[in-house]
Design a protein. Structure first.
Length: 190
């Protein structure tokens, strides 16, 4: 479910039934794609995997011992067809955990490009937090307005010249005050 509904976006834009639901849904989904990666979640990127028999090992660049535990159910994505899906952890070390896979042959350690994701249960429902919903709506409106009038961006301080692109690095900066309590510190590097 999107953080912003089609009805909310339609009302905020004042477009009535002028545009199809599918067109507005694309904008809502784009806002989610911009916003959700920056929110705190109980997940970590998988950087490599290996396999011995049906025991698969996923590797991480950060310590995971306190995040995952034996018997925990995790959802793995982007880590290869033999690993993807909901799996139960059978062993945990400092930088890896084991799961049962459908591999039939042994595979040595090899990297995953681009990184995959191992996600455990997340305890926050971001669709129910008003500040996040408002931020998603604001981003949706910016995306919509950029689609309709791409050169209607901001104005520079020194020359009052219009900016040709409003989808730049300030897109999230405009809503950071709403998002501050929910931002994942790992997403704010750089």
């Amino acid at each position: 479910m999107s953080l912003t509904t089609i009805a909310e976006l339609r009302t905020a834009l004042g477009v009535g039934t002028l545009y199809a639901d599918a067109t507005l849904q694309e904008v809502c989904d784009a806002a989610d794609n911009v916003l959700l990666p920056f929110l705190w979640k109980n997940q970590v990127p998988t950087v490599a995997h290996s396999n011995v028999g049906t025991v698969g090992t996923l590797y991480f660049d950060e310590p995971i011992r306190d995040m995952f535990y034996v018997g925990q159910s995790v959802t793995i994505s982007g880590s290869g067809t033999k690993f993807n899906g909901t799996k139960t952890i059978t062993g945990v070390s400092e930088y890896s955990f084991n799961v049962t896979t459908s591999h039939t042959s042994d595979n040595p350690y090899h990297t995953i490009m681009p990184y995959g994701i191992a996600a455990a249960e997340t305890y926050a429902d971001y669709t129910a937090i008003p500040a996040i919903q408002e931020a998603a709506l604001m981003i949706s409106i910016d995306i919509w307005q950029s689609r309709q009038a791409p050169s209607s961006g901001g104005v520079t301080i020194d020359g009052y010249q219009p900016s040709p692109y409003r989808m730049g690095n300030t897109l999230l900066a405009r809503v950071r005050g709403l998002l501050a309590p929910y931002l994942d510190p790992r997403s704010m590097v750089g």
